[in-house]
Design a protein around this ligand. Structure first.
Ligand code: DHH
Ligand code: MN
Ligand code: MN
Length: 314
């Protein structure tokens, strides 16, 4: 397994400082060394630098549109390059507005993908339905073919084209969904495993049904967009929009183990870790180490243990 890491220290899809510090925190927690120790070839593409567009006044209520648009254009190019180099892309956020560039760049390189969106939130508001104007609550509306007629023209987004069909999207972990988002997901018949279905079915069934649904026609590369706030805030409190009643650590890791063994994982976003939102150092440590473990699960870490292929007893 070869992994290309992109740091995306970006926070302007929402209003809380700190989420831009996550890439360095995840690196400092040993992410790359541990990926290598479990047999991955890892290429670190470093952190992207983003331009802060001056006088970036709200457009149709959406905040920092020009800055978010410019950042995602850069991220799209970077992800496309990592995929063209033949790696599984890992995008370390940064807030979830980065999924716009990440998924756009991924599809530009490999064609249509299946999207597994693990999140407490649906992030499918349009600029006109959003109550906050924060674009991290809107990325899916920019990406879906079916919602293009609902998007007003947005400055610095003319590079962007829709690239995901609602039939190729599955949500896992939803529990804090706005009315407009609920309406949109029903209108588009999006496949949703909210926390109710996680409770009813158990995560093993959720993952089986997710893959059966996504593979109903062709098997596409999988883009896993993992918002750390999908996990219960008792485990991962250092995040911008925590919501009670989330995934256990075990459920969260199971998702990554399951998707790893499909062999189709092609890009992974790990977003919304915000070290400044932890009340204690332990809050931050628990959040960061869980994010690292989730990523390790995406690349073959097994809870029954791992050993390198060439291991032999002394
Ligand atoms: N639905 C809320 C909360 C969004 C949370 C974003 C996170 O999931 O990336 C909004 O639109 O502001
Ligand atoms: Mn999100
Ligand atoms: Mn979320």
């Amino acid at each position: 397994r070869s992994v290309g890491i992109i740091g995306a220290p970006f926070s302007k899809g929402q209003v809380r400082d700190g989420v831009e510090c996550a890439p360095s925190k995840l690196r400092a927690a040993g992410l790359l060394d541990r990926l290598r120790q479990q047999g991955c070839a890892v290429k670190d593409y470093g952190n992207l630098t983003f331009e802060n567009v001056a006088l970036d006044e709200p457009v149709n209520g959406s905040k920092s549109v020009r800055t978010v648009g410019s950042a995602n254009q850069r991220l799209s190019e970077a992800v496309k390059a990592v995929k063209r180099d033949g790696h599984t892309a890992v995008i370390l956020g940064g807030d979830h507005s980065l999924a716009i560039g990440s998924i756009h760049g991924h599809t530009a390189a490999v064609g249509p993908v299946s999207v597994v969106w693990v999140d407490a939130h649906a992030d499918i508001n349009t600029p006109l339905t959003s109550n906050t104007g924060n674009i991290h609550g809107q990325p899916m509306s920019y990406l879906l073919y079916e919602l293009q007629s609902k998007l007003p023209p947005l400055p610095n987004f003319s590079w962007m084209k829709p690239c995901v069909s609602s039939r190729d999207l599955v949500y896992i972990g939803l529990r804090d969904v706005d009315p407009a988002e609920c309406y949109i997901m029903k209108l588009l018949a999006v496949k949703v495993f909210s926390m109710t279905q996680v409770d009813q079915l158990g995560m093993a069934r959720v993952m089986e049904e997710t893959c059966d649904y996504l593979w109903d026609r062709t098997k596409k590369p999988i883009h896993l967009s993992y918002d750390i706030d999908a996990i219960d805030p008792s485990i991962t409190p250092a995040t911008g929009t925590p919501a009670v009643g989330g995934l256990t650590y075990r459920e969260g890791v199971y998702i990554t183990e399951y998707l790893y063994q499909t062999g189709l994982l092609s890009a992974v976003d790990m977003v919304e870790v915000n070290p400044l939102r932890g009340r204690t150092e332990d809050d931050v440590r628990s959040t960061v180490s869980t994010a690292v473990d989730l990523l390790l699960g995406c690349f073959g870490r097994r809870r029954e243990g791992n050993h390198l292929p060439d291991y032999s007893l002394p």
